[in-house]
Structures are given as C-alpha cells and as structure tokens.
Write a protein that binds this ligand. Structure first.
Ligand SMILES: O=C(CO)COP(=O)(O)O
Length: 249
C-alpha cells in the first residue's frame, strides 16, 4: 500500500509569530484519515516549527535546498543544515523555483542526489504550463521533467522519492485540474516509471497532486486510484481548511 500524504507548502508566507499561531491552530485539529501530514514553513521558521511540532505527527519539511554541502553559495541552505534542525524531507523542483530562480532539470538532478546522499526524502515537483496543455504536449513535458532529473537513479532510490504533479496553470489560480485530468496524468506518470523501473517500483511511489486543492474538491481528487495525496498551497495557510483536506481521504 502506497503512503497517502498531504503536505502544506506555505511558500514565502508567515513570519515567526504567524508561524507559531498557525502551528497552534494545527495542533488543535483532529486527524481522521491515515494520511501522513507535512508542513513546509519558510527556511527561517524550520527550527522553531520542528520544535513546536515534535511528537505531533506533523512532519516539518523544507521548500528547497542547495546541492552543495557548504561553501560560497550566498543565501543558500544545504541538506546537512536542514538535517541539523530536524528536517528529513525536502520539496525540490517546485514550478516557482523553476520559473523565478531558473532551476533546470540538470540542477534538480544534483539536488535530488544531494538529498538522497543525506538520507533525506524528496518530494519532487513537476508539471506542464498552460500552453503545453493547450497544444496537447503535457505528457511529453512531464515525461522529460521526470526523466531528466530522476532517471539516472537506481530503483532503490525511489523508496525515498515522492512525486508531485503540479500543473502550472492550476497553481494559485483557483483553476484545478479535473479529477479525470489528474488521474490521467498520474496514470501516465506511473506508466513512465513502470517502463523504466518495473511495476513493483512504480506501484510503490506516492504521486501527489497540487494546484488549487481546497476542502470542496479534495475528496473527489483523492478518490482517484493514482492520486496518493496533495501538495497544498493557499489552503494550507488555514488550519481548518488544511485538515479538511487531510481528512478528505
Ligand atoms: O504550488 C502549490 C503547492 O506547492 C499549489 O498552490 P495552491 O494550492 O495555492 O494552488
């Protein structure tokens, strides 16, 4: 059985006191599903969040990291630094990192390698833009994003990899992929994995959907057989909404 995961990506929101009050509200929520729950605060709030959420069943994860262990990379944070403050999982390849910070498939392959070398779990994001979807090129785009960043890995590495399909046109727009569009793409992703690594590996990898998941559409999206959870942006900033999504399984 694949892990069901609901992860909140807080992006560049919430200073320390806002983070503490959101965490207090999260601790007041009740989980009724089996989903693993994760939240990704901004880098400055990882350590306080880790301390506050220790033992709560909510994992604190990072939104990004650099591929080097240390050195002259002003402004960056490494895997060893994340691990030293209790972070075991990192989101890599988010479309905002690709778009605004020029992250390439090649760079992401190095980041994935660095995370795995440090025994971290990776939530690897990818997804097509609206133009790709309109031209019918969405599967090719997604396939190349996955192949370029991940297909140098051994099959065993996929024990530490979670995939997150986030169509760029659905992020923060209020426009969600239909449950059928999500299912079709997730099935395609699983087939792409199966063609390279075999069905056992493909069936073991959790594939999350991200892009305008809200309490009112989560049940339908999560009911699809190849959708194993969600990466939640806007709705994860409200504890009640986030837990309504967590409990949508
Ligand atoms: O980018 C996302 C999660 O990483 C999705 O963001 P929204 O849920 O705000 O569309």
């Amino acid at each position: 059985m694949r892990a069901q995961i609901v992860a909140g990506n807080w992006k560049m929101n919430n200073d320390l006191s806002e983070t503490e009050s959101l965490i207090a509200s999260l601790k007041g929520q009740t989980k009724t599903s089996d989903a693993e729950v994760m939240v990704a605060p901004t880098a400055t709030n990882l350590y306080p969040a880790y301390n506050s959420l220790k033992g709560s069943g909510i994992e604190v994860i990072a939104q990004n990291m650099h591929f080097a262990a240390n050195g002259a990379y002003t402004g960056e944070v490494s895997a060893t630094m994340l691990k030293s403050v209790g972070v075991e999982t990192v989101i890599l390849g988010h479309s905002e990192r690709r778009e605004y910070f020029n992250e390439t498939d090649e760079m992401l392959a190095k980041k994935v390698d660095a995370a795995l070398a440090n025994d971290m779990r990776v939530i690897f994001c990818f997804g097509e833009e609206l133009a790709d979807r309109k031209s019918g090129n969405h599967e090719n785009v997604v396939e190349s994003q996955i192949k370029n960043a991940l297909f140098h890995l051994e099959a065993d590495a996929f024990k530490s990899i979670v995939l997150a399909y986030e169509p760029v046109w659905a992020i923060g727009t209020g426009e969600t992929a239909s449950p059928e569009q999500a299912q079709d793409m997730h099935a395609f992703i699983r087939k792409t994995l199966a063609d390279k690594y075999g069905a056992v590996v493909a069936d073991s990898v959790s594939i999350l959907y991200g892009g305008s998941v809200k309490p009112n559409n989560a049940v339908e999206i999560f009911s699809k057989p190849d959708v194993d959870g969600g990466l939640i942006g806007g709705a994860s900033l409200n504890a009640e909404d986030f837990f309504a999504i967590v409990n949508a399984f």
